[in-house]
Write a protein that binds this ligand. Structure first.
Ligand SMILES: [Fe+2]
Length: 233
């Protein structure tokens, strides 16, 4: 079903490697809600397909959430569509030397530069070897067939967890009303998936957004693999 399993270099969360295979990761870094998003839409090289596997379900709550990015686009007001068609999103991240070496799984600056170039990410290296990364991308993309518009990006969890790192490309702020509008739409069109042991879930990461509800117990253990489809798509 899939090919090109990738590791999580450049990923936003810390993830536990399963069975020593760095393309098989547990997603439970923390327990709070994660709002709907496309996986790794804060960088250019992103997986087209995701697999989730329920190694162990939570005792309660902790549902995975999904929604259709095409439906999301259709629900957005025309003023907000207009805003996103005029202004792209810009992620600006400062990272210490120790942290970028961990995140990008290398301590070689040349290798980091190469990764950033391939990811269309602007890199500035400071005197203390800390770095500044800037990445610009649209909030709305065409569907694979080219006929539709799809709202898929990392806007909602970034505004939820690290609001300062996301603005428009001209450095203007994304208005609070716009973020509220998007959160309301997300809640309205969300489908919840209640896990049972050994369930698997395949996600088309070019169109379907995913997230999760918060949970409180230590039971929930969900694995993820990032990959490409091994069939025409
Ligand atoms: Fe995710």
């Amino acid at each position: 079903m899939s090919s090109d399993f990738i590791n999580y270099a450049g990923g936003a969360f810390s993830r536990r490697v399963i069975n020593g295979d760095d393309t098989l990761l547990s997603v439970n870094d923390f327990k709070s809600e994660i709002k709907l998003h496309g996986e790794m839409y804060y960088q250019q090289n992103l997986p087209l397909m995701l697999w989730f596997f329920c190694a162990n379900p939570p005792l309660q709550d902790g549902e995975t959430t999904v929604c259709d990015g095409r439906q999301f686009f259709n629900e957005i007001s025309s003023s907000t569509k207009d805003l996103f068609s005029k202004k792209k999103l810009k992620f600006t991240v400062r990272i210490s030397q120790e942290d970028w070496q961990k995140k990008y799984q290398t301590d070689d600056l040349n290798q980091l530069e190469e990764m950033c170039r391939k990811n269309n990410t602007h890199l500035t290296v400071n005197d203390d070897q800390s770095i500044l990364l800037e990445y610009i991308c649209p909030a709305i993309i065409p569907s694979r067939c080219g006929k539709y518009q799809v709202f898929i990006n990392s806007l909602l969890p970034t505004k939820q967890l690290s609001p300062k790192i996301l603005n428009f490309e001209d450095d203007s702020e994304i208005p609070e009303e716009v973020v509220s509008e998007l959160n309301e739409i997300a809640e309205k069109i969300t489908t919840e998936i209640s896990w049972q042991k050994s369930d698997i879930l395949m996600i088309d990461n070019t169109r379907i957004l995913h997230g999760r509800r918060s949970f409180a117990d230590d039971q929930r253990d969900i694995y993820i693999r990032l990959c490409s489809p091994a069939f025409s798509f």
